[in-house]
Design a protein around this ligand. Structure first.
Ligand code: PEP
Ligand code: MN
Length: 352
């Protein structure tokens, strides 16, 4: 339930609404807005009687949120949420952000070279996994903490903010010390204790759609993070399991406008995992931007043929540069623009 206050409602009136919600046994989330303040009610699982609140001074209306993913829904918040992962790097506004880098951090030289290459081509954030969720326990699992340190070096060298994955609760606080945005991968989308943990860490989160997750599943997973008080969540389409093995996954482009209609959170897309095939990443990256994605996440490596994971879907730097040029043109055609990399050497101090 959402209690919308009248324009000009006093802080005391807002406080009274909060107190009544708490007396009823729920939690209140005051949300000051440009026009009016709203107070969200959370903690209920089903419709509740709002008549006691409707009669309070300063209350304009009580809206029943029909969606199970309340705080994530546009019913709860009509305007887009802007998620800022570093100064000048925001998702959900007019600008489209480009997150690029290798699947895995393999060495300091490799991640710094990758960061330089993607920045030169126009990326606005660096990706790279230090903790890798691999389908096989015998595949390369990532460099762990050392990988995070190499990412911090790459950020220092290029100014690009870092997006990197946390696999478990314990690792999440370590990742948070280094990352500008914590990635939760497809395999962990429904790891609810991890979602709660990253909700409490207060860092921006990039939440990838699970391989067999519906749109509602994705939004409910995001709700776990928001329910802990962290609304800095970016959603990501990365392909779902289809029956056709011609591609690694079935890249669900319709998820982009669907999610943007249902939720105020930014929605990005990952054509690398979405297709699994290098030569399909360019067309589907272009398509994602044309469909309205707030950003794209692309795997790029200085030498993809030697990549320790996901080489077959990883772009060469010159292919990535071409993709950036093309999505800039597409963005212009739909009234948006692709963000430019921020000045080098302005990286935050965290983790290095
Ligand atoms: C990745 O981004 O490298 C990754 C493991 O992605 P996903 O969780 O979508 O498979
Ligand atoms: Mn990968």
């Amino acid at each position: 339930m959402l209690v919308v206050m009248q324009h000009g409602a006093t802080p005391e009136q807002v406080q009274r609404v909060v107190a009544v919600i708490e007396e009823m046994g729920y939690q209140a989330r005051p949300m000051p807005g440009e026009q009016r303040t709203a107070v969200g009610l959370v903690g209920n699982d089903g419709r509740i009687d709002g008549s006691r609140i409707e009669g309070l001074a300063g209350v304009a209306e009580v809206i029943h949120v029909s969606k199970p993913y309340k705080q994530v829904s546009r019913e709860w918040k009509a305007e887009n949420t802007i998620v800022t992962i570093a100064p000048g790097v925001s998702f959900g506004g007019d600008e489209i952000q480009i997150i690029a880098g290798p699947c895995s951090v393999e060495s300091e030289e490799q991640i710094v070279a990758s960061a330089r290459a993607v920045r030169a081509a126009g990326a606005t954030a660096l990706r790279g996994g230090a903790f890798k969720p691999r389908s096989s326990p015998y595949s390369f699992q990532g460099l762990g903490k050392r990988g995070l340190e190499f990412l911090a070096t790459a950020r220092r060298e290029t100014g690009l903010p870092i997006v990197t994955e946390a696999l478990d609760e314990e690792g999440a606080s370590l990742v948070a010390e280094y990352a500008d945005c914590i990635q939760i991968g497809a395999r962990n989308m429904q790891n609810y204790s991890l979602l709660r943990a990253v909700g409490r860490l207060g860092k921006p989160v990039l939440l990838k759609r699970g391989m067999a997750a519906t749109i509602v599943d994705l939004l409910l997973s995001a709700e776990y993070i928001l329910a802990e008080g962290n609304s800095q969540v970016i959603l990501c389409e990365r392909g779902i399991r289809g029956f056709d093995t011609s591609t690694r996954n079935l890249f669900d482009l319709t998820a982009i406008p669907l999610v943007q209609r249902l939720s105020h959170l930014p929605m990005v897309a990952d054509p690398s995992h979405g297709t699994g095939l290098r030569d399909k990443v360019l067309p589907m990256g272009r398509a994602a931007v044309a469909a309205g994605a707030d950003g794209i996440l692309v795997e790029v490596h200085p030498n993809p043929d030697r990549a320790m994971s996901d080489g077959a879907q990883t772009l060469f730097p010159d292919q990535f540069a071409q993709l950036v040029r093309e999505v800039r043109a597409i963005a212009g055609a739909i009234g948006r623009r692709v963000a430019e990399p921020t000045a080098a050497g302005t990286a935050p101090a965290a983790g290095g």
